[in-house]
Design a protein around this ligand. Structure first.
Ligand code: CA
Length: 232
């Protein structure tokens, strides 16, 4: 397992902060909290986390100022929390270096999903569904976890995001059978609409891509009524 992504939450309302901290921690992230902008900047100067969640309406320094100061010494991704439409205009319109924003009231799951999207974009990965990098991939496979690439029989596979995550997960534990429900949770945790068939469809396309490089070998096993595994 790789290191958990570290998130600093800067929010003065403790009920909101608690909800966020809980949602992100449940998602496998290492979370810290500051209630004031000044303290947060000190914390950020000492050590930058992987991502910052920043409330616009803070009692000491407003979130825009915090972000502007932060940008003088760090390019850590920032997601703004905002309560008002006028603030959105400023976040989007002025180039204060925000990566995304969420409008209150928001669902913690939605916020967690946005955090994951940005972490993926910036190269960090949430602990969940992260390919193990210590173990060597099974025979015939090459795993470049940093570049989110998988090779098979000496060639890189041209995989979509979910195909990559699906195959990378199966590669982690050759022989382990994953049910459709487990695959949905681990691979499609950030997807909005998914149906059981999504798993089968992706297994099919991944198989076709593997077969294109080696027609003789199908390393993915179907276990009727149970799920899928990678051949040991
Ligand atoms: Ca506030």
């Amino acid at each position: 397992m790789t290191k958990s992504p570290s998130i600093l939450v800067i929010e003065d309302e403790s009920a909101i902060a608690d909800t966020i901290l809980y949602a992100l921690a449940t998602d496998g992230m290492a979370v810290e909290h500051c209630a004031l902008g000044g303290a947060a900047l000190e914390r950020l100067r000492a050590q930058a986390p992987d991502l910052v969640i920043l409330d616009v309406g803070l009692p000491d320094i407003n979130g825009f100022e915090v972000c502007r100061t932060l940008r003088t010494f760090s390019d850590v991704p920032v997601i703004f929390l905002t309560a008002r439409n006028e603030e959105i205009d400023r976040i989007v319109g002025l180039e204060i270096g925000a990566d995304d924003y969420v409008v209150k009231p928001f669902s913690p799951r939605e916020l967690a999903a946005r955090v994951r999207v940005i972490l993926r974009r910036t190269g960090m990965r949430a602990a969940q569904a992260t390919p193990a990098q210590e173990a060597a991939p099974p025979d015939g496979f090459t795993l470049d976890a940093d570049g989110a690439r998988l090779g098979w029989r000496g060639q890189w596979l041209d995989l979509t995001r979910y195909e990559y995550r699906l195959l990378a997960l199966l590669l982690q534990h050759p022989g382990r059978i994953y049910s459709r429900a487990q695959l949905m949770d681990l691979v499609w945790h950030d997807a909005v609409d998914t149906i059981d068939r999504t798993v089968d469809t992706h297994i099919k396309t991944v198989r076709a891509k593997l077969r294109a490089l080696d027609a003789e070998c199908d390393p993915i096993r179907t276990h009727r009524g149970m799920g899928y595994s990678l051949a040991r």
